[in-house]
Design a protein. Structure first.
Length: 68
């Protein structure tokens, strides 16, 4: 499996996008999964699986990834 992917999505009339099949397979995104959208006006948008985000967030809050 490749570890990189680039694709193009179109935004529908209701603001919805379809995550390309290749990206869904790479990140094991299945129907019904929750995703987190992070946005920074100057840096762009990132989409993460909710369970991945929750794990990272928990580690940060517990101090496991705190830099000195």
């Amino acid at each position: 499996m490749k570890d990189k992917y680039i694709g193009v999505c179109k935004v529908g009339e209701k603001g919805q996008i379809v995550i390309p099949k290749e990206a869904r397979e790479m990140f094991e995104i299945k129907p019904g999964d929750s995703i987190v959208l992070l946005a920074d006006k100057s840096r762009g948008i990132a989409i993460l699986k909710a369970d991945t985000f929750e794990t990272s967030f928990d580690e940060i809050m517990e101090g496991n990834n705190v830099r000195n």
